[in-house]
Design a protein around this ligand. Structure first.
Ligand code: NAD
Length: 297
Protein backbone atom coordinates (compact mmCIF):
# COMPACT_ATOMS: atom_id res chain seq x y z
CA UNK A 1 0.00 0.00 0.00
CA UNK A 2 1.18 3.54 -0.72
CA UNK A 3 0.26 6.05 1.98
CA UNK A 4 0.43 9.77 1.13
CA UNK A 5 0.87 12.66 3.57
CA UNK A 6 0.54 16.33 2.59
CA UNK A 7 1.28 19.09 5.12
CA UNK A 8 4.34 18.44 7.29
CA UNK A 9 3.90 21.19 9.86
CA UNK A 10 3.72 20.99 13.66
CA UNK A 11 1.06 18.25 13.55
CA UNK A 12 1.77 16.63 10.19
CA UNK A 13 5.44 15.92 10.89
CA UNK A 14 4.68 13.87 14.01
CA UNK A 15 1.84 11.95 12.36
CA UNK A 16 3.96 11.27 9.25
CA UNK A 17 6.91 10.06 11.36
CA UNK A 18 4.65 7.58 13.12
CA UNK A 19 3.23 6.39 9.78
CA UNK A 20 6.82 5.99 8.58
CA UNK A 21 7.57 3.74 11.57
CA UNK A 22 4.44 1.75 10.69
CA UNK A 23 5.62 1.43 7.05
CA UNK A 24 9.05 0.23 8.12
CA UNK A 25 7.37 -2.71 9.82
CA UNK A 26 4.61 -3.40 7.29
CA UNK A 27 6.60 -2.92 4.07
CA UNK A 28 4.23 -0.15 2.87
CA UNK A 29 5.54 3.14 1.45
CA UNK A 30 5.04 6.66 2.79
CA UNK A 31 4.98 9.42 0.15
CA UNK A 32 5.12 12.98 1.47
CA UNK A 33 4.76 16.54 0.22
CA UNK A 34 4.91 20.08 1.60
CA UNK A 35 5.66 23.43 0.00
CA UNK A 36 8.06 23.99 2.91
CA UNK A 37 11.18 22.37 1.48
CA UNK A 38 13.03 21.96 4.77
CA UNK A 39 10.08 20.10 6.35
CA UNK A 40 9.89 17.91 3.24
CA UNK A 41 13.66 17.25 3.19
CA UNK A 42 13.59 16.22 6.88
CA UNK A 43 10.99 13.51 6.25
CA UNK A 44 12.72 12.31 3.08
CA UNK A 45 16.04 12.09 4.94
CA UNK A 46 14.30 9.83 7.48
CA UNK A 47 13.10 7.43 4.76
CA UNK A 48 9.89 8.81 3.23
CA UNK A 49 9.53 9.19 -0.55
CA UNK A 50 9.37 12.72 -1.97
CA UNK A 51 5.98 13.10 -3.65
CA UNK A 52 7.24 16.09 -5.74
CA UNK A 53 3.74 17.61 -6.09
CA UNK A 54 0.10 16.86 -5.29
CA UNK A 55 -0.69 15.83 -8.87
CA UNK A 56 2.37 13.56 -9.11
CA UNK A 57 1.93 11.74 -5.80
CA UNK A 58 -1.87 11.33 -5.63
CA UNK A 59 -2.21 8.76 -8.47
CA UNK A 60 0.12 6.45 -6.48
CA UNK A 61 -1.71 6.76 -3.14
CA UNK A 62 -4.18 4.20 -1.82
CA UNK A 63 -4.68 6.30 1.31
CA UNK A 64 -3.98 10.01 1.68
CA UNK A 65 -3.67 12.17 4.80
CA UNK A 66 -3.66 15.97 4.82
CA UNK A 67 -2.77 18.32 7.69
CA UNK A 68 -3.21 21.89 6.45
CA UNK A 69 -3.67 25.27 8.14
CA UNK A 70 -7.26 26.12 7.16
CA UNK A 71 -10.20 25.47 4.79
CA UNK A 72 -8.54 27.76 2.23
CA UNK A 73 -5.55 25.40 1.76
CA UNK A 74 -7.73 22.27 1.92
CA UNK A 75 -9.96 23.55 -0.89
CA UNK A 76 -6.96 24.79 -2.90
CA UNK A 77 -5.33 21.34 -2.76
CA UNK A 78 -8.60 19.47 -3.33
CA UNK A 79 -9.93 21.20 -6.42
CA UNK A 80 -8.73 21.80 -9.98
CA UNK A 81 -6.94 19.65 -12.55
CA UNK A 82 -3.83 19.32 -10.37
CA UNK A 83 -5.81 18.71 -7.18
CA UNK A 84 -6.44 15.69 -4.96
CA UNK A 85 -9.93 14.91 -6.28
CA UNK A 86 -8.82 14.79 -9.91
CA UNK A 87 -5.70 12.74 -9.20
CA UNK A 88 -6.15 10.43 -6.21
CA UNK A 89 -5.93 6.73 -7.15
CA UNK A 90 -9.21 5.02 -8.12
CA UNK A 91 -10.97 3.92 -4.91
CA UNK A 92 -8.53 5.90 -2.72
CA UNK A 93 -9.40 7.09 0.79
CA UNK A 94 -8.60 10.65 1.92
CA UNK A 95 -8.37 11.37 5.67
CA UNK A 96 -8.52 15.16 6.11
CA UNK A 97 -7.07 15.81 9.59
CA UNK A 98 -7.06 19.63 9.61
CA UNK A 99 -9.48 21.66 11.74
CA UNK A 100 -11.90 22.52 8.98
CA UNK A 101 -15.28 24.08 8.30
CA UNK A 102 -18.32 21.92 7.62
CA UNK A 103 -19.72 23.99 4.73
CA UNK A 104 -16.32 24.25 2.99
CA UNK A 105 -15.84 20.48 3.30
CA UNK A 106 -19.30 19.99 1.79
CA UNK A 107 -18.16 22.00 -1.27
CA UNK A 108 -15.17 19.65 -1.65
CA UNK A 109 -17.39 16.60 -1.24
CA UNK A 110 -19.79 17.89 -3.87
CA UNK A 111 -16.93 17.88 -6.39
CA UNK A 112 -15.58 14.44 -5.42
CA UNK A 113 -15.88 11.52 -7.87
CA UNK A 114 -17.97 8.71 -6.38
CA UNK A 115 -15.09 6.19 -6.39
CA UNK A 116 -13.20 8.19 -3.70
CA UNK A 117 -13.84 7.95 0.06
CA UNK A 118 -13.55 11.31 1.86
CA UNK A 119 -13.30 11.26 5.64
CA UNK A 120 -13.24 14.21 8.03
CA UNK A 121 -10.65 13.11 10.58
CA UNK A 122 -9.52 16.04 12.76
CA UNK A 123 -7.18 15.36 15.66
CA UNK A 124 -6.57 16.49 19.21
CA UNK A 125 -3.50 16.21 21.42
CA UNK A 126 -1.10 18.81 20.05
CA UNK A 127 2.29 18.51 18.35
CA UNK A 128 3.65 16.55 21.33
CA UNK A 129 0.84 14.01 20.97
CA UNK A 130 1.39 13.77 17.20
CA UNK A 131 5.06 12.91 17.78
CA UNK A 132 4.29 10.50 20.63
CA UNK A 133 1.55 8.77 18.64
CA UNK A 134 -1.02 9.53 21.34
CA UNK A 135 -3.51 11.73 19.43
CA UNK A 136 -7.26 11.36 19.57
CA UNK A 137 -8.85 11.27 16.12
CA UNK A 138 -12.55 12.08 15.60
CA UNK A 139 -14.03 10.52 12.46
CA UNK A 140 -16.96 11.32 10.22
CA UNK A 141 -16.93 7.92 8.54
CA UNK A 142 -19.11 4.97 7.53
CA UNK A 143 -18.86 1.76 9.54
CA UNK A 144 -17.20 -0.31 6.78
CA UNK A 145 -14.40 2.23 6.19
CA UNK A 146 -13.90 2.54 9.96
CA UNK A 147 -13.36 -1.21 10.28
CA UNK A 148 -11.06 -1.15 7.23
CA UNK A 149 -8.77 1.68 8.33
CA UNK A 150 -8.80 1.76 12.15
CA UNK A 151 -5.51 -0.20 12.36
CA UNK A 152 -3.71 2.39 10.21
CA UNK A 153 -4.93 5.37 12.26
CA UNK A 154 -3.56 3.65 15.36
CA UNK A 155 -0.08 4.38 13.97
CA UNK A 156 -0.43 7.93 15.38
CA UNK A 157 -3.62 7.92 17.45
CA UNK A 158 -4.17 6.31 20.85
CA UNK A 159 -7.92 6.93 20.58
CA UNK A 160 -9.76 6.40 17.28
CA UNK A 161 -13.40 7.47 17.63
CA UNK A 162 -16.16 7.08 15.05
CA UNK A 163 -18.44 10.05 15.82
CA UNK A 164 -20.99 9.42 13.04
CA UNK A 165 -21.39 10.01 9.31
CA UNK A 166 -19.49 12.57 7.25
CA UNK A 167 -19.16 15.93 9.04
CA UNK A 168 -19.44 14.48 12.56
CA UNK A 169 -15.64 14.56 12.98
CA UNK A 170 -15.36 18.29 12.26
CA UNK A 171 -18.33 19.15 14.52
CA UNK A 172 -16.75 17.16 17.36
CA UNK A 173 -13.42 18.90 16.90
CA UNK A 174 -15.00 22.38 16.96
CA UNK A 175 -17.12 21.55 20.02
CA UNK A 176 -13.99 20.30 21.81
CA UNK A 177 -12.05 23.41 20.82
CA UNK A 178 -14.84 25.69 22.01
CA UNK A 179 -14.36 24.46 25.58
CA UNK A 180 -10.57 24.44 25.18
CA UNK A 181 -10.40 28.13 24.25
CA UNK A 182 -12.81 29.16 27.01
CA UNK A 183 -10.48 27.46 29.50
CA UNK A 184 -7.41 29.15 27.96
CA UNK A 185 -9.03 32.51 28.69
CA UNK A 186 -9.88 31.24 32.15
CA UNK A 187 -6.29 30.32 33.04
CA UNK A 188 -5.12 33.85 32.15
CA UNK A 189 -7.70 35.42 34.45
CA UNK A 190 -7.06 32.87 37.23
CA UNK A 191 -3.27 33.40 37.14
CA UNK A 192 -3.80 37.17 37.19
CA UNK A 193 -5.95 36.91 40.34
CA UNK A 194 -3.11 34.94 41.95
CA UNK A 195 -0.36 37.28 40.73
CA UNK A 196 -2.11 40.42 41.97
CA UNK A 197 -2.45 38.80 45.41
CA UNK A 198 1.28 37.90 45.36
CA UNK A 199 0.67 34.15 45.31
CA UNK A 200 3.47 31.90 44.03
CA UNK A 201 2.06 30.95 40.61
CA UNK A 202 3.99 27.67 40.51
CA UNK A 203 2.32 26.62 43.77
CA UNK A 204 -1.05 27.87 42.49
CA UNK A 205 -0.55 25.66 39.42
CA UNK A 206 0.10 22.58 41.53
CA UNK A 207 -3.00 23.34 43.64
CA UNK A 208 -5.14 23.69 40.48
CA UNK A 209 -3.77 20.35 39.29
CA UNK A 210 -5.10 18.74 42.45
CA UNK A 211 -8.49 20.41 42.39
CA UNK A 212 -11.73 20.17 40.42
CA UNK A 213 -10.26 22.79 38.03
CA UNK A 214 -7.77 20.25 36.68
CA UNK A 215 -7.71 19.81 32.87
CA UNK A 216 -5.24 19.38 29.99
CA UNK A 217 -5.16 23.15 29.54
CA UNK A 218 -4.32 23.65 33.21
CA UNK A 219 -1.74 20.87 33.19
CA UNK A 220 0.02 21.60 29.91
CA UNK A 221 -0.56 25.28 29.10
CA UNK A 222 0.00 27.01 32.45
CA UNK A 223 3.71 25.99 32.54
CA UNK A 224 4.11 27.42 29.02
CA UNK A 225 2.73 30.77 30.24
CA UNK A 226 4.84 30.74 33.40
CA UNK A 227 8.07 30.03 31.47
CA UNK A 228 7.31 32.85 29.01
CA UNK A 229 7.36 30.61 25.87
CA UNK A 230 3.58 30.87 25.24
CA UNK A 231 3.79 27.50 23.37
CA UNK A 232 5.20 27.96 19.84
CA UNK A 233 3.92 24.51 18.76
CA UNK A 234 0.62 26.12 17.69
CA UNK A 235 0.17 29.49 16.00
CA UNK A 236 -2.11 32.28 17.25
CA UNK A 237 -3.47 32.73 13.71
CA UNK A 238 -4.67 29.11 13.69
CA UNK A 239 -6.34 29.58 17.09
CA UNK A 240 -8.13 32.67 15.72
CA UNK A 241 -9.21 30.58 12.69
CA UNK A 242 -10.56 27.88 15.04
CA UNK A 243 -12.63 30.44 16.96
CA UNK A 244 -14.01 31.81 13.68
CA UNK A 245 -15.06 28.29 12.63
CA UNK A 246 -16.66 27.72 16.07
CA UNK A 247 -18.75 30.90 15.87
CA UNK A 248 -19.78 29.99 12.31
CA UNK A 249 -20.80 26.51 13.47
CA UNK A 250 -22.90 28.13 16.23
CA UNK A 251 -24.70 30.24 13.64
CA UNK A 252 -25.14 27.26 11.30
CA UNK A 253 -26.68 25.13 14.07
CA UNK A 254 -28.59 28.12 15.54
CA UNK A 255 -26.91 27.66 18.92
CA UNK A 256 -26.11 30.83 20.90
CA UNK A 257 -22.49 30.80 22.17
CA UNK A 258 -21.97 34.18 23.89
CA UNK A 259 -18.83 32.95 25.67
CA UNK A 260 -17.43 31.76 22.33
CA UNK A 261 -18.27 35.11 20.66
CA UNK A 262 -16.41 36.96 23.42
CA UNK A 263 -13.38 34.66 23.24
CA UNK A 264 -13.29 34.98 19.42
CA UNK A 265 -13.07 38.77 19.70
CA UNK A 266 -10.21 38.38 22.21
CA UNK A 267 -8.30 36.12 19.76
CA UNK A 268 -8.90 38.65 16.96
CA UNK A 269 -7.48 41.39 19.18
CA UNK A 270 -4.44 39.26 20.11
CA UNK A 271 -3.72 38.25 16.48
CA UNK A 272 -3.85 41.94 15.52
CA UNK A 273 -1.51 42.89 18.35
CA UNK A 274 1.09 40.08 18.11
CA UNK A 275 0.68 38.67 14.56
CA UNK A 276 -0.69 35.35 13.24
CA UNK A 277 2.65 33.57 13.68
CA UNK A 278 2.97 34.36 17.40
CA UNK A 279 2.57 31.38 19.80
CA UNK A 280 -1.11 30.78 20.55
CA UNK A 281 -0.83 31.47 24.31
CA UNK A 282 0.20 35.04 23.41
CA UNK A 283 -3.53 35.65 23.85
CA UNK A 284 -2.70 35.78 27.60
CA UNK A 285 -0.25 38.63 26.96
CA UNK A 286 -3.34 40.83 26.44
CA UNK A 287 -4.34 40.16 30.05
CA UNK A 288 -0.73 40.76 31.17
CA UNK A 289 -0.60 44.12 29.37
CA UNK A 290 -4.04 45.21 30.61
CA UNK A 291 -2.86 44.63 34.20
CA UNK A 292 0.77 45.67 33.74
CA UNK A 293 1.72 42.35 35.31
CA UNK A 294 3.79 39.55 33.74
CA UNK A 295 2.68 36.03 34.79
CA UNK A 296 5.74 34.01 35.83
CA UNK A 297 6.43 31.46 38.56
P1 NAD B 1 1.31 24.25 10.47
O1 NAD B 1 1.10 25.60 9.88
O2 NAD B 1 2.47 24.00 11.38
O3 NAD B 1 1.39 23.16 9.28
C1 NAD B 1 0.68 23.25 8.06
C2 NAD B 1 1.58 22.73 6.95
O4 NAD B 1 0.87 22.78 5.71
C3 NAD B 1 2.86 23.60 6.76
O5 NAD B 1 4.01 22.79 6.80
C4 NAD B 1 2.66 24.23 5.39
O6 NAD B 1 3.86 24.44 4.67
C5 NAD B 1 1.79 23.17 4.71
N1 NAD B 1 1.09 23.71 3.55
C6 NAD B 1 0.37 24.86 3.47
N2 NAD B 1 -0.10 25.02 2.20
C7 NAD B 1 0.35 23.95 1.48
C8 NAD B 1 0.21 23.56 0.13
N3 NAD B 1 -0.46 24.31 -0.75
N4 NAD B 1 0.79 22.40 -0.29
C9 NAD B 1 1.50 21.64 0.60
N5 NAD B 1 1.67 21.96 1.90
C10 NAD B 1 1.10 23.10 2.34
O7 NAD B 1 -0.06 23.89 11.21
P2 NAD B 1 -0.26 22.79 12.35
O8 NAD B 1 -0.12 23.43 13.69
O9 NAD B 1 0.52 21.57 12.01
O10 NAD B 1 -1.82 22.49 12.16
C11 NAD B 1 -2.32 21.76 11.05
C12 NAD B 1 -3.83 21.60 11.22
O11 NAD B 1 -4.09 20.85 12.42
C13 NAD B 1 -4.56 22.94 11.39
O12 NAD B 1 -5.80 22.85 10.74
C14 NAD B 1 -4.71 23.08 12.89
O13 NAD B 1 -5.81 23.90 13.24
C15 NAD B 1 -4.89 21.63 13.30
N6 NAD B 1 -4.44 21.29 14.67
C16 NAD B 1 -3.27 21.80 15.18
C17 NAD B 1 -2.87 21.44 16.48
C18 NAD B 1 -1.56 21.96 17.09
O14 NAD B 1 -1.41 21.87 18.32
N7 NAD B 1 -0.61 22.47 16.32
C19 NAD B 1 -3.65 20.57 17.25
C20 NAD B 1 -4.81 20.03 16.67
C21 NAD B 1 -5.20 20.40 15.39
Amino acid sequence: MNIGFIGLGNMGTGMALNLLKYCEKSGDTLIVFDINESALDDLVAKGATNGQSVSEMCPQCDVLFTSLPSPKEVNFLALGNDGILANLKEGGAWFETSTNELSEWQKVKNEAPSHLILIDAPVSGGAEGALAGTLTIFLGIDEASFVRFEFLLRAFAARVVRMGPSGAGYVTKLAQLHLNYLVVQGIGETLMLGAKANLDLGVLHSVLMNSCARSYVVESYIPKVLDGSYDPSFALGLAEKDMRLITELGRHLEVKIPLGDKVYSTYQEAAKAYGANAPHLSVIRLIEEQHDQILRS
